[in-house]
Design a binder for this molecule. Structure first.
Ligand SMILES: [Zn+2]
Length: 426
């Protein structure tokens, strides 16, 4: 870091912004790949970024701690036997990803902590900032690895999962980062949950809503859970496209399309009544060994995913899916075969934190902007173990999980200022 920043006289918002730009730029260069950045889960880019930040923390006079899962904590001094406020996000990225996913949230906490420490401002409770490892599922097919490890939630299957390219086990990669794997395997919590007053994660928005509404930042109302079927099969019967009349056909594509249209109508109705829901059928195909222009398709394979903040909506949707399949089976002579449903619970964010974050934003002149999170975040792990949790989204153009993520530093400062105000008022 340049010395002007560490030896500045005035530690104000301008100082925070200049330091933010320096760190974002340095870490982008440090972890750059062919396109964008690669900060591999329990791998090189993630470790390089963590080491950079740890070194800078020492230069800024902060205290650095590493837990048994190699997550890193920053505070102004050691915190012993005291409740504290925890702020943070993850340090890893997807392969060839953008610079802001995860890093923005760690930096927001890190910069506020540095600002408070330099200005000798004490909050009502001490502040800890966490740089989590391993949030992205892109490397080992598992997400929230660092945060799950904190609460003793990693399973044997998680630890045995293999790297997308090298085939190396996650446990081995963790060990090479200094993780005490026996401790992780014993499913013990690495942290005294009782001491955490609350957890807040700032994150770039990974959808288009903030850009569309012209909101620099917004408060997250909840994190959607999901119901997933990876492979549903619709069986009809194959036949010559020219010879079989409509009433004798058992066309699996028409049946599948009918199902999706019906589910789209339900989605529309649920949404019109104020329900939170998104539906996707991201895989939808005939068997390519059999498909042909002039053949009535005998079989299709498709995925079906519903996401909502509300478990009752997810359950209702699942029931609707099954009942529509029954109707279509009767009307079109086909048969649907379901795989096992895989569920992931929605995370409830704390109502009081949401309100206080909205108040903090409003007092700084921002709109009371709020929305649910469609993507999963580490915050869901903290919320689901019972810690009061909140989230702030920062506007980000061009989507996420790609090298083109475009977060304006002014928007980052807007999100950071809301978080800072919330902490000071707490
Ligand atoms: Zn992320």
């Amino acid at each position: 870091m340049n010395n002007k920043l560490s030896n500045a006289k005035l530690y104000d918002e301008k100082w925070i912004e200049r330091l933010a730009i320096t760190i974002f730029d340095d870490i982008a260069v440090l972890t750059k790949d062919r396109h964008g950045v690669s900060r591999e889960t329990y791998g090189k880019g993630e470790t390089d970024a963590i080491n950079y930040l740890s070194k800078l923390a020492v230069e800024l006079g902060l205290h650095v701690e590493v837990d048994d899962a190699a997550n890193v904590f920053f505070s102004s001094k050691p915190i012993v036997n005291s409740r504290y406020i925890l702020i943070g996000s993850h340090m890893d990225s997807v392969p060839l990803g953008g610079n802001f996913d995860g890093l923005a949230g760690v930096l927001a906490g890190f910069l506020i902590l540095s600002y408070l420490s330099k200005n000798k401002i004490n909050l009502s409770l001490p502040l800890k900032v966490i740089a989590l490892r391993g949030e992205e599922s892109a490397w080992y097919g598992r997400n929230y690895i660092g945060s799950k490890a904190i609460f003793g939630l990693l399973t044997k299957e998680d630890l045995n999962s293999t790297h997308r390219k090298t085939g190396e086990k996650l446990s081995k990669a963790m060990q090479s980062c200094g993780v005490d794997i026996n401790k992780i395997q014993s499913s013990t919590s690495l942290i005294d949950t009782e001491n955490i007053e609350l957890f807040i994660e700032l994150h770039i928005e990974q959808g288009p809503i903030l850009v569309d509404r012209n909101w620099p930042a917004a408060i997250v109302t909840g994190i959607r859970g999901n119901n997933r079927h990876h492979n549903i099969i619709c069986k009809g019967s194959a036949g010559h496209s020219g010879t079989i009349p409509r009433y004798l056909r058992k066309d699996s594509v028409f049946a599948g399309a009918d199902l999706i249209t019906r589910m789209d109508d339900h989605w529309n109705t649920i949404q019109q009544h104020g329900g939170d829901l998104v539906l996707t059928s991201g895989i939808f195909h005939t068997d390519s060994d059999h498909h042909a222009m002039s053949r009535i398709p005998g079989e299709i394979f498709f995925s079906f995913e519903s996401r909502s903040q509300d478990v009752a909506t997810l359950d209702a949707l699942e029931a609707l899916l099954k009942s529509e399949c029954k109707t279509i089976e009767r009307e079109r002579g086909v048969k649907f075969e379901f795989d096992d449903l895989i569920k992931s619970s929605p995370a409830e964010l704390d109502e009081v934190i949401i309100k206080n974050l909205l108040d903090a934003g409003e007092s700084l002149g921002f709109e009371r902007a709020s929305l649910p999170s469609g993507a999963g975040h580490d915050a869901a792990v903290f919320a689901n173990v019972g810690i009061k949790t909140g989230m702030i989204f920062v506007r980000n153009d061009k989507g996420s999980h790609n090298p083109y993520e475009a977060m304006d530093i002014k928007d980052f400062m807007a999100g950071l200022s809301i978080l800072k105000k919330f902490l000071i008022d707490y």
